[in-house]
Design a protein. Structure first.
Length: 317
């Protein structure tokens, strides 16, 4: 492609982010937050398109077979949709980390609710937390996938502004932790685990054994099974529908300890139960060759879980 063809995806994306940040940092009004999330989502998508454009410019067209330089110059074309954008990035070798995709996906869901319904008061803190982490993600994506020497003077200036304003969000996130530190410490003393919230992505989710989880910051609350599902999708970036459609195994299991369907397998292979807080490393659990359930690995179990092993002995007797 000729270098003379200008396309300001990055500049426009950074401009969207910068304008959104200015109003978000300076104002707490719901109406400002409403338009902020629209601008943030638009900015993120444009920056991802710039990353794809740098690899294969034809692929930012909805139909790459209809890509031509004239339409590119005039902007007279339908661009790739978000889901196909992620697939094409992967096809050209650009790996967007699963947690990053999950953060952006959750923000887009919140945007859709706001677009079609309204911005509810209980959404405000969760939305701010979600925006905060997406901003950090986008800054990292630019650093990783867009060469600094390719930034135009305008893009460089806007990039600097975004980083400066985003740093105020880092301070904001730190203030959240400081604000709840005493309460979180007290919960830990009571035996709670403190985790990253799947709604606002702040480390303020309190989880007690046999109790519903609750986020002190955004007030997200759910039972153990619902939390396990949300954690897989929004923190680990594993979507049940996509995994099952592709013929894979959705990593939500019956816990060998409490026998509830609250056990997840994380991306690192380890297991965690949101009901009883039991934890295992990848090699410590295995599937029963008879019933398929997970159980604690042993050198003397013959590949059978305790129940199937006992049933086998009973039959022999």
């Amino acid at each position: 492609m000729k270098k003379t063809i200008p396309l300001n995806l990055l500049e426009n994306g950074l401009d969207f982010l910068n304008e959104a940040l200015l109003s978000l940092v300076a104002d707490n009004e719901k109406i400002k937050l409403k338009y902020t999330i629209l601008h943030i989502c638009a900015g993120v998508e444009l920056i991802l398109k710039q990353i794809l454009f740098d690899q294969r410019w034809q692929w930012i067209f909805h139909d790459p077979n209809k890509a031509n330089e004239n339409n590119l110059k005039t902007g007279n074309f339908q661009s790739v949709n978000y889901n196909d954008l992620l697939k094409r990035l992967q096809e050209v070798g650009i790996e967007i980390p699963e947690p990053v995709k999950a953060h952006i996906c959750e923000l887009r869901k919140k945007r859709n609710i706001i677009e079609h319904y309204s911005l509810l008061p209980e959404m405000l803190d969760g939305l701010r937390g979600n925006i905060s982490i997406v901003l950090m993600d986008v800054i990292d994506l630019i650093k990783t996938h867009i060469e600094d020497n390719k930034l135009t003077p305008i893009a460089r200036r806007l990039h600097g502004k975004v980083k400066r304003n985003a740093s105020r969000f880092e301070e904001y996130s730190q203030k959240i932790i400081e604000r709840y530190k005493k309460v979180l410490d007290a919960e830990v003393d009571r035996g709670a685990l403190i985790m990253q919230c799947p709604n606002c992505f702040q480390p303020t989710l309190v989880s007690h054994v046999e109790e519903k989880v609750k986020c002190l910051f955004c007030s997200y609350t759910a039972d153990a099974e619902e939390t396990a599902d949300d954690y897989l999708e929004k923190i680990e970036g594993i979507n049940a529908y996509e995994v099952i459609t592709d013929g894979g195994e959705y990593p939500l299991f019956t816990c060998p300890s409490c026998e509830t369907t609250c056990l997840i397998r994380k991306n690192d292979g380890s297991y965690f139960c949101f009901k009883c807080h039991a934890e295992w490393e990848a090699e410590e659990l295995r599937n029963c060759i008879c019933c398929g359930c997970l159980y604690e690995n042993s050198t003397e179990d013959l590949g059978l879980c305790p129940k199937c092993f006992e049933q086998g002995i009973s039959k022999d007797d």
